[in-house]
Design a protein around this ligand. Structure first.
Ligand SMILES: NC(=O)c1ccc[n+]([C@@H]2O[C@H](COP(=O)([O-])OP(=O)(O)OC[C@H]3O[C@@H](n4cnc5c(N)ncnc54)[C@H](OP(=O)(O)O)[C@@H]3O)[C@@H](O)[C@H]2O)c1
Length: 326
């Protein structure tokens, strides 16, 4: 089958449309004919050799896909040949065919096409897990979402607003209008403003109850400043570096903070099955009512995968970059 291959770890130009072995569907799996896949920041790290796929996952890039079920394993009862589905993958989405655990697929909400559906799994499941499963956001609490216009950020804004939270985001200025349109109440330009000072002023010194962070070292002290009493922070990435100097630990103690990290890709199958079942139950129908929307920056033919990766490397996307496979 055709697939996006990697000549050697490095820049976007290392990617090319080549050939790979067609996957064989196991007894708890389904084989999907891929119509669309989507870029995630993790793909750019894997491309550079900095984020190897977990044990047992395909070497091919791609953490999500949307398409049609072509084969089902003998123990599978929740899917049929011909179903339109989108799915969460450990890898392998940048290909004509991918196999996936049958409990890691979701039916495509009616009215959504394959390109819109490919924008859902990785970022909405990551945001759902961080906000509700880990940080336990409650109605009317305050939440700060860094990288508000990222794929995960745009999903997180919508999920947090849907339960009535007050949403603060940071993003570069040109991306504020998208975040505000999605429901963010306050947008802060992290390049020209100090987000902790701004938020403490708006909240009259209280701060935020929940914080979703991707920056790590570069933001840790400002994050500690801005967390409220009993605040919960979930660290999802390390974009601002791994080693911080002079962390003020007193804030963690005095404010009774909870600081947690999480990765979705490395979770065991049963955890992912449970998470996906919860998301289907709690939120999937909201894509039919229009309350939730997959946010697409651009749809790019997979033959132009190099261009797609260059765009993400340059932080030029707001929302998801979709690769059109079919
Ligand atoms: N742990 C998990 O389970 C998990 C799962 C999925 C994704 N992630 C992580 O979540 C992050 C977002 O992923 P994504 O695919 O949604 O990303 P994305 O769409 O590529 O967006 C990332 C955005 O972050 C902002 N940014 C980049 N470097 C920054 C810096 N040093 N300081 C402040 N902002 C910066 C940029 O927007 P601006 O123009 O606003 O700067 C950029 O567009 C990635 O780091 C990814 O690896 C983690």
């Amino acid at each position: 089958m055709k697939a996006i291959c990697l000549k050697q770890p490095g820049g976007p130009e290392q990617l090319y449309l080549g050939e790979a072995e067609k996957p064989v569907c196991g007894e708890n799996e389904v084989l999907i004919e891929v119509h669309a896949t989507a870029l995630n920041r993790a793909d750019t790290l894997q491309r550079q050799g900095k984020y190897p796929p977990p044990k047992g996952a395909s070497d091919t890039l791609g953490l999500e896909a949307a398409g049609v079920v072509k084969e089902v394993g003998k123990s599978v009862s929740n899917c049929q040949v011909g179903d339109r589905i989108c799915c969460l993958l450990g890898g392998g989405g940048y290909a004509e065919f991918v196999k996936v655990h049958a409990e890691h697929v979701m039916p495509i909400p009616s009215d959504l096409d394959f390109y819109e559906a490919a924008a859902i799994p990785e970022v909405f499941l990551t945001a759902y897990q961080a906000i509700f499963k880990i940080a336990r956001l409650e109605k009317e609490e305050k939440i700060l979402i860094h990288a508000g216009a990222s794929g995960v950020g745009t999903a997180a804004i919508q999920l947090a607003k849907s339960v009535g939270a007050e949403v603060f985001i940071t993003a570069s200025k040109p991306k504020h209008s998208l975040c505000l349109k999605l429901g963010a109440d306050h947008a802060i330009d992290y390049k020209s403003q100090q987000f902790d000072e701004e938020i403490l002023e708006i909240t009259k010194g209280k701060g935020v109850d929940v914080l979703i962070d991707f920056m790590a070292a570069s933001y840790i002290n400002q994050n500690l400043n801005v967390l409220a009493l009993d605040g919960r922070m979930v660290l999802l990435a390390l974009m601002g570096g791994i080693k911080a100097k002079e962390i003020n630990m007193a804030q963690i103690l005095a404010k009774r903070l909870q600081i947690t990290g999480s990765t979705l890709r490395s979770r065991i199958d049963a955890y992912k099955s449970n998470l996906i079942a919860g998301f289907k139950r709690d939120f999937l129908s909201e894509f039919e009512t229009g309350k939730l929307k997959p946010i697409i920056d651009s749809i790019i033919p997979w033959t132009k995968v190099v261009e797609a990766h260059k765009k993400m490397d340059a932080n030029l996307n707001a929302g998801k970059i979709i690769l059109k496979v079919k």
